[in-house]
Design a binder for this molecule. Structure first.
Ligand code: PMP
Length: 301
């Protein structure tokens, strides 16, 4: 058995070192590509169909035809995951991503490049956030507005979020960026949606200005099952500074508590707050893995 992870590229599953992309590929040249990422919990893939629905919507938005039907993309994803599962450590899990670039121009026609790959989740590097909470920092860079290109599509071009991250990390190496939208309301961070809790109500930004995370949807569903009132609404910095609790959601984080916003403690600064804790437990129950324990057990990595 090889110790190298396997990836799918343009019709074949090969060792990752052989899964290479042309220097003429539009994904490489211009970030002209679409992707989606789910993860495993205890080696089992999570909500693949929902991720592929979003993936094919992003492709449609970008007018890229992957030339592979969704059902086949699902089968190929499972083949790649199964090829890599023997390499999964006991407490590990994988990110599982599909990527399609506009590809290379051959005789005046672009042929898409299709990649499916797995990568280990960064439990050790992020474990401290579950112990201490995330110090959220709001950068001056605003989230790309729909007037430029829609943040609802999950595209490879992350320059907007990278600029935000660089600005935040220069101030606080463990700070987590949450960008404002162009109207001054909280939008999202690199790979993560934001929720605040105010007077028992859970509030998260509307879909128009953000990527609608699958974990965001899961969290909303769990909250509704628990009888918690959920609002999709504009949240400005006043709301963030006066929130009782705040957390981010993402495929990798699931639910991760926020301890402060721009240095101002959220609630009493203790994490997780009671509603965050309740929702996180419900999330763990749904996925069959104690998501906080999975991170905290890797604190010393
Ligand atoms: N916003 C952005 C910009 C993202 O890239 C992601 C990660 N896909 C998210 C939010 C969270 O989405 P999900 O819960 O589906 O991982």
């Amino acid at each position: 058995m090889t110790s190298e992870r396997m990836a799918y590229i343009n019709g074949a599953i090969v060792p990752e070192s052989q899964a290479t992309v042309s220097i003429r590929d539009r994904g490489f040249l211009q970030g002209d590509a679409v992707f989606d990422t789910t993860r495993t919990f205890g080696g089992k893939i999570f909500r693949l169909d929902e991720h592929l629905d979003r993936f094919y919507e992003s492709l449609k938005y970008m007018r890229i035809d992957p030339r592979i039907p969704k059902a086949r993309m699902a089968e190929l994803t499972m083949e790649v995951l199964n090829a890599n599962l023997p390499l999964l450590g006991e407490k590990d899990d994988f990110w599982v991503s599909q990527r399609v670039t506009r590809g290379v121009n051959v005789d005046g026609e672009y042929r898409p490049t299709v990649v499916i790959e797995c990568a280990p989740l960064p439990f050790g590097a992020r474990a401290r956030y579950y112990r201490d909470g995330m110090p959220v920092v709001v950068p001056s860079v605003r989230r790309t507005p729909p007037e430029a290109h829609s943040p609802r599509a999950k595209v490879h071009n992350y320059v907007n979020l990278i600029q935000a991250d660089l600005e935040v990390k220069a101030q606080n190496p463990i700070g987590w960026p949450i960008l404002l939208d162009v109207n001054g309301n909280l939008a999202e961070g690199p790979g993560s949606n934001i929720f605040v809790v105010k007077n028992g109500t859970l509030i998260t930004p509307r879909e128009q200005m953000i990527l609608a995370g699958i974990s965001r949807r899961v969290t909303i569903e769990l909250a509704q099952e628990l009888g918690i009132t959920v609002q999709e609404a504009d949240i400005d910095l006043f709301d963030a500074y006066t929130a009782d609790e705040a957390f981010v959601t993402s495929t990798s984080f699931c639910i991760c508590p926020v301890s402060s916003v721009n240095g101002s403690p959220v609630g009493d600064g203790g994490v997780p707050g009671p509603m965050t804790d309740r929702l996180t437990r419900a999330y763990s129950g749904l996925v069959g893995v104690d998501v906080v324990d999975q991170y905290l057990s890797r604190l010393d990595d």
